[in-house]
Design a binder for this molecule. Structure first.
Ligand SMILES: O=C(O)c1ccc[n+]([C@@H]2O[C@H](COP(=O)([O-])O)[C@@H](O)[C@H]2O)c1
Ligand SMILES: Cc1cc2nc[nH]c2cc1C
Length: 350
Protein backbone atom coordinates (compact mmCIF):
# COMPACT_ATOMS: atom_id res chain seq x y z
CA UNK A 1 0.00 0.00 0.00
CA UNK A 2 1.41 3.41 -0.94
CA UNK A 3 1.25 6.42 1.37
CA UNK A 4 -1.52 8.01 -0.73
CA UNK A 5 -3.55 4.79 -0.83
CA UNK A 6 -3.25 4.38 2.94
CA UNK A 7 -4.32 7.97 3.68
CA UNK A 8 -7.36 7.55 1.39
CA UNK A 9 -8.47 4.46 3.34
CA UNK A 10 -8.63 6.20 6.74
CA UNK A 11 -12.20 6.51 8.03
CA UNK A 12 -13.79 8.25 11.03
CA UNK A 13 -14.30 6.06 14.11
CA UNK A 14 -17.49 3.98 14.43
CA UNK A 15 -19.87 6.08 16.57
CA UNK A 16 -22.27 3.18 17.15
CA UNK A 17 -19.47 1.03 18.59
CA UNK A 18 -18.35 3.96 20.76
CA UNK A 19 -21.88 4.39 22.14
CA UNK A 20 -22.09 0.63 22.77
CA UNK A 21 -18.80 0.62 24.69
CA UNK A 22 -19.86 3.63 26.79
CA UNK A 23 -23.13 1.87 27.60
CA UNK A 24 -21.27 -1.27 28.61
CA UNK A 25 -18.95 0.66 30.98
CA UNK A 26 -21.92 2.51 32.51
CA UNK A 27 -23.75 -0.78 33.14
CA UNK A 28 -20.83 -2.29 35.10
CA UNK A 29 -21.38 -2.41 38.87
CA UNK A 30 -18.89 0.25 39.95
CA UNK A 31 -18.98 4.03 40.29
CA UNK A 32 -19.44 5.67 36.86
CA UNK A 33 -16.22 6.48 34.97
CA UNK A 34 -14.18 5.30 37.96
CA UNK A 35 -11.55 3.63 35.77
CA UNK A 36 -10.84 6.99 34.14
CA UNK A 37 -8.51 6.83 31.16
CA UNK A 38 -8.67 3.02 31.18
CA UNK A 39 -12.34 3.30 30.22
CA UNK A 40 -11.61 5.89 27.53
CA UNK A 41 -8.94 3.62 26.08
CA UNK A 42 -11.37 0.75 25.48
CA UNK A 43 -14.07 3.12 24.17
CA UNK A 44 -11.50 4.36 21.64
CA UNK A 45 -10.54 0.79 20.69
CA UNK A 46 -14.25 -0.02 20.17
CA UNK A 47 -14.53 2.96 17.82
CA UNK A 48 -11.39 1.93 15.94
CA UNK A 49 -12.31 -1.73 15.51
CA UNK A 50 -16.00 -1.01 14.87
CA UNK A 51 -17.40 -3.21 17.64
CA UNK A 52 -18.16 -2.82 21.37
CA UNK A 53 -16.92 -6.40 21.75
CA UNK A 54 -13.38 -5.31 22.72
CA UNK A 55 -10.77 -8.09 22.70
CA UNK A 56 -7.07 -7.32 22.47
CA UNK A 57 -5.27 -10.62 22.59
CA UNK A 58 -2.44 -10.33 20.05
CA UNK A 59 -0.14 -7.37 20.56
CA UNK A 60 2.96 -6.44 18.59
CA UNK A 61 5.73 -3.87 18.87
CA UNK A 62 7.46 -2.70 15.70
CA UNK A 63 10.99 -1.52 16.53
CA UNK A 64 12.30 0.68 13.72
CA UNK A 65 16.11 0.62 13.70
CA UNK A 66 18.12 3.29 11.88
CA UNK A 67 21.27 5.40 12.04
CA UNK A 68 21.51 9.15 11.94
CA UNK A 69 24.31 11.01 10.08
CA UNK A 70 24.17 13.89 12.55
CA UNK A 71 25.94 11.65 15.11
CA UNK A 72 29.19 12.92 13.48
CA UNK A 73 28.58 16.22 15.29
CA UNK A 74 29.16 14.72 18.74
CA UNK A 75 25.50 14.95 19.82
CA UNK A 76 25.31 11.56 21.57
CA UNK A 77 26.83 9.89 24.59
CA UNK A 78 27.42 6.55 22.89
CA UNK A 79 28.78 5.65 19.45
CA UNK A 80 26.71 4.78 16.42
CA UNK A 81 27.77 1.09 16.65
CA UNK A 82 25.32 0.69 19.58
CA UNK A 83 22.37 0.90 17.16
CA UNK A 84 23.33 -2.36 15.43
CA UNK A 85 24.25 -4.13 18.69
CA UNK A 86 20.88 -3.37 20.31
CA UNK A 87 19.03 -4.09 17.03
CA UNK A 88 20.53 -7.59 16.88
CA UNK A 89 19.77 -8.08 20.55
CA UNK A 90 16.09 -7.60 19.71
CA UNK A 91 16.40 -10.91 17.84
CA UNK A 92 18.22 -12.56 20.76
CA UNK A 93 15.50 -11.50 23.21
CA UNK A 94 18.12 -9.52 25.09
CA UNK A 95 16.85 -5.91 25.18
CA UNK A 96 14.69 -4.27 27.86
CA UNK A 97 11.71 -4.24 25.51
CA UNK A 98 12.15 -7.96 24.73
CA UNK A 99 12.06 -8.83 28.42
CA UNK A 100 8.95 -6.72 28.92
CA UNK A 101 7.26 -8.29 25.87
CA UNK A 102 8.00 -11.80 27.14
CA UNK A 103 6.54 -10.89 30.51
CA UNK A 104 3.26 -9.62 29.10
CA UNK A 105 2.81 -11.90 26.10
CA UNK A 106 3.56 -9.44 23.30
CA UNK A 107 5.76 -9.97 20.23
CA UNK A 108 8.55 -7.68 19.09
CA UNK A 109 9.38 -7.17 15.41
CA UNK A 110 12.64 -5.32 14.72
CA UNK A 111 13.06 -3.77 11.26
CA UNK A 112 16.25 -2.33 9.76
CA UNK A 113 14.83 0.70 8.00
CA UNK A 114 18.18 2.50 7.69
CA UNK A 115 21.13 1.21 9.71
CA UNK A 116 24.67 1.84 8.43
CA UNK A 117 25.50 -1.88 8.56
CA UNK A 118 23.53 -5.00 7.70
CA UNK A 119 22.84 -7.35 10.61
CA UNK A 120 20.60 -10.36 11.11
CA UNK A 121 17.65 -7.95 11.45
CA UNK A 122 15.48 -7.98 8.32
CA UNK A 123 16.69 -5.54 5.64
CA UNK A 124 13.94 -5.97 3.04
CA UNK A 125 12.42 -2.61 4.01
CA UNK A 126 15.74 -0.78 4.35
CA UNK A 127 15.77 2.59 2.58
CA UNK A 128 19.46 3.56 2.89
CA UNK A 129 22.60 3.03 4.94
CA UNK A 130 21.87 5.82 7.44
CA UNK A 131 20.80 9.40 6.84
CA UNK A 132 23.15 12.16 5.72
CA UNK A 133 24.52 14.62 8.29
CA UNK A 134 21.69 17.19 8.41
CA UNK A 135 24.03 19.99 9.50
CA UNK A 136 25.65 19.72 6.05
CA UNK A 137 22.80 18.63 3.73
CA UNK A 138 19.23 17.29 3.92
CA UNK A 139 19.05 14.06 5.96
CA UNK A 140 17.26 12.33 3.08
CA UNK A 141 15.35 13.08 -0.11
CA UNK A 142 11.56 13.41 -0.12
CA UNK A 143 11.37 10.08 -2.00
CA UNK A 144 13.44 8.37 0.69
CA UNK A 145 11.22 9.81 3.44
CA UNK A 146 8.14 8.44 1.69
CA UNK A 147 9.86 5.06 1.23
CA UNK A 148 10.56 5.01 4.98
CA UNK A 149 6.92 5.80 5.73
CA UNK A 150 5.82 3.06 3.33
CA UNK A 151 8.08 0.59 5.17
CA UNK A 152 5.99 1.26 8.29
CA UNK A 153 2.75 0.91 6.34
CA UNK A 154 4.02 -2.47 5.04
CA UNK A 155 4.74 -3.60 8.62
CA UNK A 156 1.23 -2.62 9.77
CA UNK A 157 -0.22 -4.59 6.85
CA UNK A 158 1.95 -7.65 7.56
CA UNK A 159 1.01 -7.68 11.25
CA UNK A 160 -2.70 -7.18 10.51
CA UNK A 161 -2.52 -10.22 8.23
CA UNK A 162 -0.83 -12.19 11.05
CA UNK A 163 -3.83 -11.42 13.28
CA UNK A 164 -2.36 -8.76 15.60
CA UNK A 165 -5.04 -6.55 17.12
CA UNK A 166 -2.94 -3.73 18.54
CA UNK A 167 0.41 -2.30 17.47
CA UNK A 168 3.00 -0.28 19.36
CA UNK A 169 5.78 1.82 17.86
CA UNK A 170 9.32 1.38 19.13
CA UNK A 171 12.73 2.36 17.79
CA UNK A 172 16.46 2.03 18.17
CA UNK A 173 18.77 4.64 16.71
CA UNK A 174 21.64 6.45 18.33
CA UNK A 175 21.12 10.15 17.60
CA UNK A 176 17.37 9.93 17.12
CA UNK A 177 16.57 12.35 19.95
CA UNK A 178 18.54 14.99 17.98
CA UNK A 179 16.45 14.45 14.85
CA UNK A 180 13.24 14.22 16.92
CA UNK A 181 13.97 17.54 18.63
CA UNK A 182 14.67 19.13 15.24
CA UNK A 183 11.41 17.85 13.73
CA UNK A 184 9.40 18.82 16.83
CA UNK A 185 10.96 22.27 17.01
CA UNK A 186 9.96 23.01 13.39
CA UNK A 187 6.47 21.46 13.55
CA UNK A 188 5.60 23.15 16.85
CA UNK A 189 7.37 26.42 15.98
CA UNK A 190 9.16 26.35 19.34
CA UNK A 191 12.76 27.29 20.24
CA UNK A 192 15.29 24.48 19.81
CA UNK A 193 16.47 24.99 23.42
CA UNK A 194 12.98 24.14 24.74
CA UNK A 195 12.66 21.03 22.57
CA UNK A 196 16.07 19.47 23.29
CA UNK A 197 17.12 17.18 26.13
CA UNK A 198 19.93 14.83 27.06
CA UNK A 199 18.68 11.80 25.11
CA UNK A 200 20.44 8.64 26.25
CA UNK A 201 22.55 10.48 28.84
CA UNK A 202 24.40 13.38 27.25
CA UNK A 203 26.77 15.66 29.21
CA UNK A 204 26.06 19.42 29.65
CA UNK A 205 28.68 20.29 27.04
CA UNK A 206 27.20 17.70 24.68
CA UNK A 207 23.74 19.21 25.13
CA UNK A 208 25.05 22.58 23.92
CA UNK A 209 26.62 20.91 20.88
CA UNK A 210 23.30 19.13 20.22
CA UNK A 211 21.30 22.38 20.39
CA UNK A 212 23.77 24.10 18.06
CA UNK A 213 23.74 21.21 15.58
CA UNK A 214 19.92 21.27 15.44
CA UNK A 215 19.88 25.05 14.94
CA UNK A 216 22.48 24.73 12.17
CA UNK A 217 20.50 21.95 10.44
CA UNK A 218 17.24 23.92 10.53
CA UNK A 219 18.92 27.11 9.26
CA UNK A 220 20.70 25.26 6.44
CA UNK A 221 17.78 23.14 5.23
CA UNK A 222 14.95 25.61 5.89
CA UNK A 223 12.20 22.92 6.17
CA UNK A 224 8.65 23.98 5.31
CA UNK A 225 6.69 23.84 8.57
CA UNK A 226 3.41 23.35 6.72
CA UNK A 227 4.74 20.22 4.97
CA UNK A 228 5.52 17.48 7.52
CA UNK A 229 7.16 15.23 4.90
CA UNK A 230 9.56 18.04 3.97
CA UNK A 231 10.47 18.46 7.67
CA UNK A 232 10.92 14.70 8.11
CA UNK A 233 13.12 14.47 4.98
CA UNK A 234 15.34 17.42 5.81
CA UNK A 235 15.91 17.05 9.57
CA UNK A 236 14.34 13.68 10.50
CA UNK A 237 15.42 10.05 10.38
CA UNK A 238 14.39 6.71 8.89
CA UNK A 239 13.31 5.42 12.31
CA UNK A 240 10.88 8.34 12.66
CA UNK A 241 9.69 7.81 9.06
CA UNK A 242 9.09 4.09 9.69
CA UNK A 243 7.06 4.74 12.84
CA UNK A 244 5.08 7.46 11.03
CA UNK A 245 4.15 4.75 8.55
CA UNK A 246 3.03 2.35 11.29
CA UNK A 247 0.56 5.00 12.55
CA UNK A 248 -0.70 5.68 9.02
CA UNK A 249 -0.95 1.97 8.16
CA UNK A 250 -2.63 1.17 11.49
CA UNK A 251 -5.24 3.87 10.91
CA UNK A 252 -5.83 2.70 7.33
CA UNK A 253 -6.36 -0.87 8.53
CA UNK A 254 -8.52 -0.05 11.56
CA UNK A 255 -5.91 -0.94 14.18
CA UNK A 256 -5.09 0.96 17.38
CA UNK A 257 -1.44 2.05 17.58
CA UNK A 258 0.14 2.77 20.97
CA UNK A 259 2.76 5.53 21.14
CA UNK A 260 5.91 5.10 23.18
CA UNK A 261 8.31 7.88 24.20
CA UNK A 262 9.74 11.03 22.69
CA UNK A 263 10.81 9.72 19.28
CA UNK A 264 7.64 7.69 18.86
CA UNK A 265 5.49 10.74 19.80
CA UNK A 266 7.33 12.89 17.24
CA UNK A 267 6.57 10.26 14.58
CA UNK A 268 2.90 10.40 15.62
CA UNK A 269 3.01 14.18 15.23
CA UNK A 270 4.33 13.79 11.68
CA UNK A 271 1.56 11.27 10.90
CA UNK A 272 -1.15 13.55 12.31
CA UNK A 273 0.21 16.53 10.34
CA UNK A 274 -0.02 14.39 7.18
CA UNK A 275 -3.61 13.33 8.01
CA UNK A 276 -5.30 14.72 11.19
CA UNK A 277 -7.83 11.85 11.37
CA UNK A 278 -4.98 9.47 12.32
CA UNK A 279 -5.07 10.96 15.83
CA UNK A 280 -8.25 8.97 16.55
CA UNK A 281 -6.30 5.71 16.07
CA UNK A 282 -3.41 6.64 18.37
CA UNK A 283 -3.27 5.72 22.07
CA UNK A 284 -0.81 7.48 24.38
CA UNK A 285 1.06 5.34 26.89
CA UNK A 286 3.52 7.41 28.93
CA UNK A 287 5.20 10.81 29.18
CA UNK A 288 8.89 10.51 28.41
CA UNK A 289 11.39 12.27 30.64
CA UNK A 290 12.67 14.19 27.58
CA UNK A 291 11.69 17.81 28.31
CA UNK A 292 9.59 18.34 25.17
CA UNK A 293 7.54 15.14 25.49
CA UNK A 294 4.63 16.79 27.32
CA UNK A 295 4.46 19.56 24.68
CA UNK A 296 4.09 17.01 21.91
CA UNK A 297 1.39 15.14 23.81
CA UNK A 298 -0.41 18.47 24.31
CA UNK A 299 -0.17 19.28 20.60
CA UNK A 300 -1.58 15.80 19.86
CA UNK A 301 -4.29 16.38 22.50
CA UNK A 302 -3.43 13.04 24.13
CA UNK A 303 -3.55 12.12 27.81
CA UNK A 304 -0.85 9.64 28.87
CA UNK A 305 -1.82 7.01 31.43
CA UNK A 306 1.69 6.36 32.78
CA UNK A 307 3.89 9.03 34.39
CA UNK A 308 6.98 7.08 35.37
CA UNK A 309 9.88 9.25 34.18
CA UNK A 310 10.87 6.61 31.61
CA UNK A 311 13.04 7.53 28.60
CA UNK A 312 14.37 4.22 27.29
CA UNK A 313 12.71 3.98 23.91
CA UNK A 314 12.53 0.62 22.03
CA UNK A 315 8.76 0.64 22.71
CA UNK A 316 9.15 0.02 26.46
CA UNK A 317 6.60 2.65 27.56
CA UNK A 318 4.01 1.37 25.10
CA UNK A 319 4.53 -2.22 26.27
CA UNK A 320 4.07 -1.03 29.86
CA UNK A 321 0.54 -0.04 28.82
CA UNK A 322 -0.29 -3.53 27.51
CA UNK A 323 -1.05 -5.12 30.91
CA UNK A 324 -3.27 -2.12 31.68
CA UNK A 325 -5.20 -2.78 28.46
CA UNK A 326 -5.58 -6.41 29.59
CA UNK A 327 -6.84 -5.38 33.04
CA UNK A 328 -9.35 -2.98 31.47
CA UNK A 329 -10.58 -5.66 29.07
CA UNK A 330 -10.98 -8.15 31.92
CA UNK A 331 -13.22 -5.75 33.86
CA UNK A 332 -15.09 -4.62 30.74
CA UNK A 333 -15.79 -8.17 29.58
CA UNK A 334 -16.34 -10.12 32.78
CA UNK A 335 -17.57 -7.81 35.54
CA UNK A 336 -21.09 -8.10 36.86
CA UNK A 337 -23.55 -5.38 35.88
CA UNK A 338 -25.92 -3.34 38.05
CA UNK A 339 -28.66 -5.65 36.76
CA UNK A 340 -26.72 -8.73 37.94
CA UNK A 341 -26.40 -7.41 41.49
CA UNK A 342 -29.92 -5.97 41.63
CA UNK A 343 -28.83 -2.39 42.07
CA UNK A 344 -30.48 0.35 40.06
CA UNK A 345 -28.11 1.83 37.49
CA UNK A 346 -26.73 5.27 38.30
CA UNK A 347 -28.13 8.22 36.42
CA UNK A 348 -25.46 10.30 34.69
CA UNK A 349 -24.96 13.52 36.71
CA UNK A 350 -25.95 16.48 34.55
O1 LIG B 1 11.76 7.12 24.16
C1 LIG B 1 12.31 8.08 24.70
O2 LIG B 1 11.67 8.98 25.23
C2 LIG B 1 13.82 8.14 24.65
C3 LIG B 1 14.49 9.22 25.21
C4 LIG B 1 15.86 9.23 25.17
C5 LIG B 1 16.57 8.19 24.56
N1 LIG B 1 15.91 7.16 23.98
C6 LIG B 1 16.66 6.05 23.33
O3 LIG B 1 18.04 6.39 23.24
C7 LIG B 1 18.49 6.49 21.89
C8 LIG B 1 18.57 7.91 21.45
O4 LIG B 1 19.32 8.71 22.33
P1 LIG B 1 20.44 9.66 21.72
O5 LIG B 1 20.99 10.38 22.89
O6 LIG B 1 21.44 8.75 21.05
O7 LIG B 1 19.76 10.57 20.74
C9 LIG B 1 17.47 5.76 21.05
O8 LIG B 1 17.91 4.46 20.75
C10 LIG B 1 16.20 5.76 21.89
O9 LIG B 1 15.57 4.50 21.85
C11 LIG B 1 14.56 7.12 24.03
C1 LIG C 1 22.50 0.33 25.61
C2 LIG C 1 21.41 1.16 24.97
C3 LIG C 1 20.16 0.57 24.76
C4 LIG C 1 19.15 1.34 24.17
N1 LIG C 1 17.89 1.08 23.86
C5 LIG C 1 17.34 2.15 23.31
N2 LIG C 1 18.24 3.10 23.26
C6 LIG C 1 19.38 2.67 23.79
C7 LIG C 1 20.63 3.26 23.99
C8 LIG C 1 21.64 2.51 24.60
C9 LIG C 1 22.97 3.16 24.82
Amino acid sequence: MTLNEAVKKIRPLDEKAIEGAKKRWDSIAKPLHSLGELENMLIQIAGITGTPDVRVEKKAVVAMCADNGVVEEGVTQTGQEVTAIVAENFLNGATTCCVMCRQCGAELFPVDVGMVVDTKVRTDLKVAYGTKNMTKEPAMTREQAIKGIEAGIAMAQELKEKGYQVLATGEMGIGNTTTSSAVASVLLGKPVEDMTGRGAGLSGEGLLRKINAIKKAIALNNPDRSDAIDVLAKVGGYDIAGMTGVYIGGAALGMPVVMDGFISCVAALVAVKICPQISDYIIASHVSKEPAAHMILKELDKEAVIHAGMCLGEGTGAVTLFPLIDLSCAVYNSMSTFGDINVEQYEELK
